[in-house]
Design a protein around this ligand. Structure first.
Ligand code: FDA
Length: 415
């Protein structure tokens, strides 16, 4: 039987960081992962460059960039280990980085830099790592009034008073995502907010989408919003984003859509302004008084020509020279483009989702230490918790901050 001060299951962003920090605080830590390769999600993140945090994150107002049943839950961890703290660590490791837009920080070279950094932190903490190593049953009992967990693994049974679950969410199953964390929570009677794909492309029924499928590959800046979500009980559940939208063969993607998808509830419409910042009705009225060009040509001043052409084909009145289009038809076109409302049939699912919304109900956890309130010695960190960040480095910062908060407790319990 192997014995450790703490066992961390899941060697992704949160698990690696937690193990390294706890080890450096004096805990004897074992880190377990069933994957062949280490930290696959860090490797593929940010298009291979890892958008590792965001300068705009305000820990005093987490509801601005995080969602979940209680976005304020993450305030404590985010303010104790901030984006600036992680940036300082990145600098200490000499990793070059740059800001893209909206506060997003990316590595200059490759995500591998960040994986190497986390492994070096683990090494500095003397962390033992078993990988790949399948994890089986987890049992709990009290030993002289203290919790004791026994974990069956491919390499034997391990005993520890502190078990950290850092197995992430369900997105991208082909690189090792499982429901392990939710199963462990349920085993110990902890509530789980139903998981759902988030930061994910939206899809539309084939027939409804046919007129737009020809636009696949087209990208343009838009303003995109959700309608209020009835009975969702989710604070801050309406949202609007000024970002790029990408047409795909099956639906919509791009940053605007990924952001909105986290707030979208099945059956609800989404609203898109395809010409944000333009009073299209006024512009088209003016064009009518000055021009004899086809309406689609005039429209192409404000939206990409492919979109203008496709849109004008939808109504015979819109296919005429602009000076011949009735005022009512012009107004209808402006309205259709600036208030495009459509109901997605679904999402591309976990196969394409960047994150999983929902997870361990935060009411079950201490916001200071991430320990389960009713199950001493059991901790949940990172994406497995019901805390979901916006696109732009927020999810990694939650992984770092929750891992750090948990590691402080592992370190202080050990000493
Ligand atoms: P993470 O998923 O990183 O790690 C979980 C670990 O647990 C994995 O190593 C897995 O193998 C292991 N595991 C799972 N089940 C197990 C089991 N049963 N037994 C043993 N081990 C098990 N975020 C961001 O802020 N900036 C970005 O640029 C991006 N980019 C991005 C791109 C893509 C394509 C995806 C899919 C996701 C992102 N993200 C992101 C999101 C980010 O990757 C994610 O939020 C964090 O990796 C979550 O960290 P965790 O450690 O919680 O889980």
């Amino acid at each position: 039987m192997h014995a450790y001060d703490a066992v961390v299951i899941g060697a992704g962003a949160a698990g690696l960081f937690c193990a390294g920090v706890a080890g450096q605080l004096g805990a004897r830590v074992l880190l377990l992962d069933h994957g062949e390769k280490i930290a696959e999600k860090i490797r593929i993140s940010g298009g291979g460059r890892c958008n590792f945090t965001n300068r705009d994150l305000d820990p005093r107002a987490p509801h601005r960039h995080f969602l979940g049943e209680n976005p304020d839950f993450c305030r404590s961890a985010l303010s104790r280990y901030t984006a600036a703290d992680f940036v300082a660590l990145v600098r200490r490791h000499g990793i070059p980085f740059h800001e893209k837009h909206k506060g997003q920080l990316f590595g200059d070279r490759s995500s591998e830099d960040f994986i190497r950094m986390l492994l070096a932190e683990c090494e500095a903490g003397g962390v033992a790592r078993w990988q790949p190593c399948r994890v089986g049953a987890v049992r709990h009992r009290n030993a002289d009034g203290a919790p004791l967990y026994e974990i069956d693994t491919e390499r034997g049974t391990v005993r520890t008073p502190r078990l950290v679950i850092a197995t992430g969410g369900l997105s991208i199953p082909k690189i090792g995502a499982t429901d392990f964390g939710y199963r462990i929570a349920r085993q110990f009677g902890l509530r789980v907010v139903p998981p759902r794909p988030a930061l994910v492309p939206l899809t539309f029924d084939g027939g409804d989408w046919a007129p737009y499928a020809q636009l696949a590959g087209l990208s343009l800046p838009v303003r995109m919003a959700t309608a209020p979500l009835p009975a969702a009980g989710v604070r801050g559940s309406t949202a609007a984003f000024d970002e790029d939208l990408l047409f795909t063969h099956r639906g919509l993607s791009g940053p605007a859509v990924l952001q909105i998808s986290s707030y979208w509830q099945p059956g609800a419409p989404v609203r898109i302004d395809l010409a944000p910042g333009t009073d299209l009705a006024a512009e088209l009225r003016q064009a009518k008084s000055l021009s004899r060009k086809r309406l689609a040509n005039e429209l192409a001043t404000f939206v990409p020509a492919r979109l203008a052409d496709a849109w004008a084909q939808r109504d015979a009145a819109w296919q005429r020279p602009v000076n011949e289009v009735p005022d009512k038809a012009l107004a209808a076109l402006a309205q259709a483009l600036s208030h495009w409302e459509l109901v997605p049939s679904g999402t591309e699912g976990y196969r394409k989702a960047e994150v999983t919304a929902g997870g361990i109900d935060t009411r079950e956890l201490s916001s200071q230490t991430l320990e389960a309130r009713t199950q001493p010695g059991l901790f949940f960190i990172g994406e497995v918790v019901d805390v979901t960040g916006w696109l732009g480095g927020y999810n990694f910062q939650w992984a770092w901050s929750s891992a750090w908060a948990c590691a402080q407790k592992l370190g202080s319990d050990t000493n």
